[in-house]
Design a protein around this ligand. Structure first.
Ligand code: GLC
Length: 632
């Protein structure tokens, strides 16, 4: 509701006025950098858009706004647990997800990311990341009303709905693209179109290829438009021209509309690519952060309950800017994926040596304390071996050879590998071979089950538990990918769907195995049941630990043994030390690591055991995760 004019409103400014005053100055600086002399005009348009959106915001969402304004750290709390699923693969449709709420609350889920569900183009659509209509949902999943019903149901259970917002590109069948193709000047300016190859060739000199296998090059000739169109990803995904403020206004309007349907977190897909600059790789340009700053400020005014997650799979030195450095500190995305931590977990598992992991984690500058990480061991995409030459060299390894070693290991090609992965997008020019495969298959469960060797099965389950403990203990929102809570293996049938046959990322995007989920309750010895118990236990323990609030960073302690990663969290409620054994060996841990911090006694919360520390060493079991806090 807008405030009435008159004395009251002079005394009590409206929420709109207060919030606008709060965000307008910094927004204005970003708009000037982005659009120069048009900043005022664009600012006015944004004001009108957010004013309308706030007017239209439903009462229950306004209540959530108030709640979040009182608890701005909601995404940082230790009880946050994310679950990521394809709606149709998890539960058929939106209504089906609503019927599975007990399952989600039983796991402790507080944050549900349903993979792309907006209306994509027909046929190949990059897993839904080629959106044809941002104001419609996939008809097989339901209607926009069904989506709204689902968000309300989730909200009632304390679960936030997270959605993908593809900001870098739209499907070439999107109305904007169709009108651009038909020659409408207004819409041609929504895209990056070139009459000939002169500029594309110059840009190409510095651009990497995202999908060298199935979409080489970054530009596609469109017959009807008679132009080369910028297409970073697939040829049917047209990059947007964010240098045009109309695109910004469209997205603010769209995001407010979706927020008013109950979406609580926007995952800003491929955000790193949104601003192009000749002579660069056209990623991580400073304007990307000005754009995010403006988008976030608008949403903070219209729907302050909403948070942003940056999907920026970039080098650590570029990553921090997505959570805000300099004047954007804490003013851009609230959350970012910790891709490097994920890569390092697999690296440490393969090598049984955490020295490179220590080095890499130390190279990440501190993040703003108001932000959080999305921590994960596996996601819906492939794993690219984001290990820098510098970090490799620091521990005496060669970056190129080491990345090759990891591809060989996780594709299962190398001798002694426990992994069963698939090579994705081998690039002969760079030597890159990214890896697909489910968490359990990469961690050795598939090979172990085939061998039937119980001790191998046990080791694989321990590796899986270790990975989950590490993402739960790092500080951030641990993201559980559907099926990992049951140790689902690679889906070898993914290629039966012709739309997926070319893209082996579908091997780790299986259908939910509800029959197995049922059996977990009655057959405690099943590997799935053992994995499930371990994960639930980790989540339960985590919720009780204020030390895991994401405002406190996990810091690397140089480990007395290269097989064991040691992290420390210096939280006002007390210090916490985490120990992760990445080897199948029993590792005696020198007691100083703990006595220096805890004196004579410490409590290990995952086992519930209280240790007498000095003068003993502590045996860390194969693949054990141990979380120590002060004894009570
Ligand atoms: C993100 C998604 C990926 C998709 C790409 C293009 O990286 O995670 O699945 O292919 O964006 O939209």
């Amino acid at each position: 509701m807008r405030a009435k004019h008159g004395d009251d409103s002079a005394q009590f400014p409206t929420s709109l006025d207060l919030r606008w005053r709060r965000y307008a100055p910094s927004m204005r600086r970003s708009l000037e950098r982005l659009y120069g002399g048009r900043a005022d005009e664009v600012g006015q348009r944004l004001h009108d858009l957010v004013a309308t959106a706030l007017d239209e915001r439903p009462a229950d969402l306004r209540a959530l706004d108030e709640e979040r304004l009182l608890r701005p750290d909601w995404l940082q709390l230790p009880e946050m647990l994310g679950y990521v699923a394809y709606t149709e693969r998890f539960a058929g449709d939106f209504a089906g997800v609503g019927d599975r709420l007990d399952y989600l609350t039983g796991l402790g889920v507080k944050y549900l990311h349903l993979m792309p569900f907006l209306q994509p183009r027909e046929g190949a659509n990059d897993g839904g990341y080629a959106v044809q209509d941002y104001r419609a949902v996939r008809p097989d999943l339901g209607t926009v009303d069904d989506l709204e019903d689902l968000t309300a149901k989730l909200r009632a259970e304390g679960i936030s709905l997270v959605m993908d917002l593809v900001v870098n590109h739209v499907a070439k069948e999107h109305e904007w693209a169709r009108r651009a193709r038909a020659g409408e000047a207004r819409y041609r300016d929504y895209f990056l179109m070139f009459d000939d190859r002169t500029l594309p060739d110059l840009y190409e000199q510095h651009l990497p290829e995202v999908f060298p296998d199935f979409a080489p090059g970054n530009f596609t000739f469109d017959e009807q438009a008679d132009a080369w169109v910028w297409t970073t990803f697939n040829d049917y995904q047209w990059d947007l021209n964010w240098a045009n403020p109309d695109v910004l206004c469209e997205f603010v309007d769209l995001m407010c509309w979706l927020a008013n349907k109950g979406v609580e977190v926007f995952r800003l897909d491929a955000i790193a690519f949104t601003w192009k600059r000749m002579g660069t790789n056209c990623q991580n340009q400073p304007e990307v952060h000005d754009l995010t700053h403006v988008l976030r400020a608008c949403l903070r005014i219209a729907a302050p309950a909403v948070a942003f997650k940056a999907e920026a799979i970039v080098a650590p030195e570029d990553l921090l800017a997505y959570l805000g450095v300099g004047e954007h500190h804490g003013q851009v995305s609230d959350m970012a994926y910790h891709n490097m931590f994920m890569v390092q977990l697999w690296n440490a598992l393969a090598t049984r040596d955490v020295r490179m992991t220590e080095q890499a984690l130390r190279s990440v500058p501190p993040k703003p304390t108001s932000t959080t990480w999305g921590t994960y061991a596996r996601c819906h995409d492939d794993i690219g071996w984001a290990i820098s030459d510098r970090d490799a060299a620091a521990v005496g390894a060669d970056g190129y050879l080491h990345r090759k070693y990891l591809s060989d290991f996780y594709s299962g090609e190398s001798e002694g590998s426990f992994a069963r992965g698939l090579v994705f997008q081998a690039n002969p020019a760079t030597g890159d071979r990214r890896i697909s495969g489910s968490l359990a298959s990469l961690a050795g469960l598939e090979v172990a089950l085939e061998s039937g060797d119980e001790s191998e099965i046990e080791l694989a389950i321990r590796r899986i538990s270790l990975l989950h403990a590490a993402i739960a203990g790092f500080g951030g929102v641990p993201l559980l990918y559907m099926g990992d809570e049951l140790g689902l293996l690679n889906d070898d049938d993914y290629g039966r769907d012709p739309a997926h046959a070319m893209d082996n990322r579908w091997a780790h995007r299986p259908f939910m195995d509800w029959a197995l989920a049922e059996r977990v309750g009655t057959e405690p010895d099943l590997p799935a049941a053992r994995i499930n118990r371990a994960i639930r236990h980790i989540v339960d323990v985590r919720c009780q630990l204020p030390h895991l609030h994401a405002s406190t960073p996990s810091e690397v302690v140089t480990s007395p043994d290269a097989r064991v990663l040691v992290l420390e969290r210096r939280h006002p409620m007390g210090v916490m030390v985490e120990v992760y054994n990445f080897s199948p060996d029993v590792v005696p841990l020198a007691h100083e690591v703990l006595t220096e911090r805890f004196g004579g006694r410490a409590r290990e919360v995952l086992s519930g055991y209280e240790y007498n520390l000095s003068p003993n060493t502590i045996d860390v079991h194969p693949y054990q995760a141990a979380w120590f806090i002060a004894a009570q």
